[in-house]
Design a protein around this ligand. Sequence first.
Ligand code: FES
Length: 102
Amino acid sequence: MAKFIKVAKKSEIAEQSAKCIEVEDKRIALFNLGGEFYAIDDTCTHRGGPLSEGTIEGEEVECPWHGAHFNIKSGTVTNPPAPTDVTKYNVRLTGDDIEIEV
Ligand code: FES
C-alpha cells in the first residue's frame, strides 16, 4: 500500500536543482522548481543515466548521458532517445519536510 515517506528537508535542495534519494529500493530524483517540489524516477529509461544529475531547462531535465528530455512534473519523455516515460511520484510538504508517496 502506498504511503508517504519523509525523504529530505526543503532547505537541502536549492531552487532549480535536484537531489537523488533512495527510498523503498527505488532511486528517485527530487527537483525544486521555483520552490515547488517534484519527484520522478532517477533512472533514465534509455540506458539508466542519473536524471538528478541532468541539466534543468524550464520544466524539463536533460539526461546527462545521451540527452533525452523528461518533463519533471509528469515524467513524460519529450525528446529521444529514451523510449518510455519515467514514473512520477506524489510529493507533499509537512512543515520543512518533503515527503514522497511510494
Ligand atoms: S541514458 Fe538517458 S539518454 Fe541515454
